[in-house]
Design a protein around this ligand. Structure first.
Ligand code: MN
Length: 366
């Protein structure tokens, strides 16, 4: 299979820097959307892609393992360097292997496949909002314009290990693959994305067109897209006639480009919101606490708080210990007792259990 690739990135209309990065190094392609305050996001997305590319060139591991290593590289840098502490990044990568694409994915950047006029999403968003949709708390439509839609439940560089989604997709001549950051999907509907991908044949033009559409819709975020066009390499039966004089189409080669930078600074509001989200992104799935669920002591994952009316936690373990009894031992379960990890949360519950059991043995029962 022959691949024609193009990429475009833009700072957008309101951000002060471009924290997105992309990788176009046939047969390996990726986008990454960094976060983490001043400089951090830029470093995270670039370091992640450079790490994946380097390991791929060396032939170390498979794509998912290379992404796992990239996670470690970003995490270690964020621990070593105070200036980039707390940084993280999304990463959506595609490796072309003949007529198959191997995908590796963490975060809320996306991969789409356009085939026969249908646009299919190949990745699942690792976001709070997506989780609320799958749990039936809100609808797909409510999720689309949701103010907290960029709160991530998974990102690279936040912890020593990360779950990497991987998948293999069969491609055929005429297919078009899109990798993009949420700067596109937050601004432009899937219907419009599909139309542009269908209407504009040249991949570079299509990439530019998508980025422009995101900016015209407000461009509140950095936008990055990578487009891959698959065509028969002449071995098969469906070779398409060359449009002009048979010049062979070469995919651009390159390194992990840092995105173009420009100094456009509109106001502090965006930065403040962003910082809040960065904090949440980091915390959500690495935090645990013991609280109350339906009157009983329970272990929660997340933080005991709500943002704009949405809970940032979910119950992991329900116990049969009545919360009222536990609270009679001076434990403030209403506020939630936070724990560093699941084991620590278990230990708190076991302590509560033994207190309650001891009291039941010794004194009058509740
Ligand atoms: Mn973004």
């Amino acid at each position: 299979m022959k691949v024609s690739a193009a990429a475009a990135t833009d700072i957008g209309m309101v951000r002060e820097g471009n924290e997105d990065s992309y990788l176009v190094d046939e047969p390996l392609f990726a986008v990454a959307d960094g976060m983490g305050g001043h400089r951090g996001g830029e470093v995270a997305s670039q370091l992640a892609l450079e790490t994946v590319e380097k390991l791929f060139r060396k032939g170390t591991g498979d794509l998912a393992e290379q992404v796992q290593e990239a996670n470690r590289a970003v995490f270690e840098r964020s621990v070593e360097d105070r200036q980039v502490a707390g940084m993280g990044t999304t990463l959506t990568a595609a490796l072309v292997e003949g007529d198959r694409i191997r995908l590796a994915h963490v975060g809320d950047s996306r991969a789409y496949l356009l085939r026969d006029g249908e646009l299919r999403r190949l990745t699942e968003d690792h976001t709070l909002v997506h989780r609320m949709v799958t749990e039936g708390e809100i609808s797909e439509e409510e999720a689309e314009g949701h103010p907290q839609r960029s709160v991530l439940t998974r990102a690279l560089g936040v912890d020593m290990f990360v779950d990497v989604d991987d998948d293999v997709v069969q491609v055929r001549s005429g297919d078009r693959l899109l990798l993009c950051t949420d700067g596109l999907t937050g601004m432009v509907s899937e219907e419009e994305i599909k139309e542009m991908l269908q209407d504009v044949a040249d991949p570079s033009e299509a990439a530019e067109r998508l980025v422009r559409a995101a900016n015209e819709a407000g461009g509140v975020d950095n936008t990055t897209v990578v487009i891959l066009d698959f065509s028969d390499d002449g071995q098969g039966h469906e070779a398409q006639p060359e449009a002009s004089g048979g010049a062979s189409v070469r995919a651009p080669r390159g390194r992990a480009f840092p995105s173009k930078r420009a100094a456009i600074w509109v106001g502090a509001a965006v930065a403040v919101i962003d910082l809040g989200l960065v904090g949440l992104r980091v915390y959500l799935d690495t935090q645990w606490y013991v609280g109350v669920f339906e009157g009983n002591v329970a272990i929660y994952r997340g933080i005991p708080a709500e943002v704009a009316g949405f809970r940032l936690h979910h119950v992991v373990v329900e116990t049969t210990i009545p919360a009222e009894v536990a609270e009679s031992f001076g434990r403030d379960l209403d506020q939630g007792i936070t724990a560093d990890d699941r084991e620590a949360a278990n230990a708190i519950v076991e302590q509560i259990r033994s207190d309650v059991e001891a009291a039941q043995r010794n004194g009058p029962g509740p």
